[in-house]
Design a binder for this molecule. Sequence first.
Ligand SMILES: [Zn+2]
Length: 535
Amino acid sequence: MKPSDYLIEEWVKEHGIITDAGKPMYFDKDRKFLLKPFTDISPKIVALKAAQIGFSTISILKALWIAYRMNLSIIYTFPTGELMQKFTQGKINPLIEANPVLRNIVAGTDNTYQKRIGNANIIFSGAEKESQAIAFSADLLIHDELDSSKLAIIKQFQSRLQASKTKWQWLFSHPSLPEIGVHEAWQKSDQKHWFVICDNDHEEYLVFPESIDAEKRIYICKKCGVEITNEQRAKGRWIAKYKISEDRPFSGYWIPLLIAPWVTAKEILDYSKGDQYTFYTRVLGLPYTQGGDKVNIKDILKNVIPDVNDQEGRIVIGVDTGLPIWYVVGNRQGLFFNGSCKDYEPLKDLMRRYPTAIMVIDQGGDLIGSRQMRELFPGRVFLCHYQRDRKTLQLIKWGANDETGNVTVDRNRMIQMVIDEFRDKRIPMNGSEDDWYDVALHFTHIYRTTEENALGVPESKWERFDDDHFVHAICYWRTGMARFGTGGAKIFMNDTTYTKESPEITPDRTMPAIDPRKMYNFEMPSKADDWRDDE
Ligand SMILES: [Zn+2]
């Protein structure tokens, strides 16, 4: 055997492999930091990566090589089928076309979705539908752009992996929020950082804003302030903070744009003035933790209990209308079911199965459907309006007389109350974490901002950046529980909070924003070796 038979970098050299753009694939000079991620064939790899660093090209080349040399079947996913198709046509096919050695190994079935390499297959798939996750099994799952994918579908892909003896997983993405997607895996990794050396022999990794002199617009050593040149940034080395172990099975890379030698300090400073979510996740390669209160997925999932709900007492169903319709079902013992449906039939079934059940349904999403439900089940369906009652400060106001069948709710205070109750572990959810994962995920898609109103009083508002339907379904359920949830054996809620004279929930009950530097223990060691955790 010659080295190119078992070393991917030798194979690339021997065959003079070029990129889809026709440039030689080399890893010296500016791209030295990509060499180790490229040659790393650990079973579990995670990369928190900034945008535009050429990672996808090396991932696909690696996938082809792994299938060819190691005979592993691979599923390679992108967030959607459409993106996957664009990637195949725009990157993968041109890469194969440009290189005779790749053309030779890709044989048989060769289309957008599947490439046959020897006895192994690479399946290219979107990660948006359940059907995609259950169609094939694989030895290696590569999830590209993981944090833009539907994580519930990713979980299904991963459960398919159990069938294989190999169970490899490579996760690449810009991060999104703490403890989600690649950042969750990063915490279970050896956490490799790119260390560079200044003229005074300080070895450190670059962080924002400390490693940039904003006035001179240059990279600097955090310790002595001397300029760190592009050449010095290029010449770094990867150092792992931890050792790989049973609890830390992932080989992890943190790849912020700061370490790309072709990205100037001025460019970083310019990006820092733009949208902060983009700056954190796409430029710094960090989960976004700034700018307001966030819900941690564990705040919700810690409420999951395996106990079986006896489904007795008054059942309340909270429904967020739209396409699809999202709903939760619960009683005083907690929430015992959640789901989504295309039409109202499953909801009608629930109302028939539980003859005393009541439903609180959002009136804003689907006016016709929600009114039809109220007509079909008179006295049992309430249309919920989000509206702030500035005079009485009532959290919940049930309509009287002509308004019977309506309820108005102070949206932001209700969301806050539900989140506080979850954080206090006061809303049990029966079942497994898998059963409630989608629900919990919707809570991580909202964040709180606080601004002064016209009177100079700070007011908090919950906004969303992605699907948050279950948040509202639970708010509607909670609204119904406040009135109809009395009686029953177990009491998990303190009803005195929800009387008509409900006090204003103080807006400054904040979870302090996490400083990402603290999260990463971004304290500068005197030497890289001191910083390593050798436990
Ligand atoms: Zn220095």
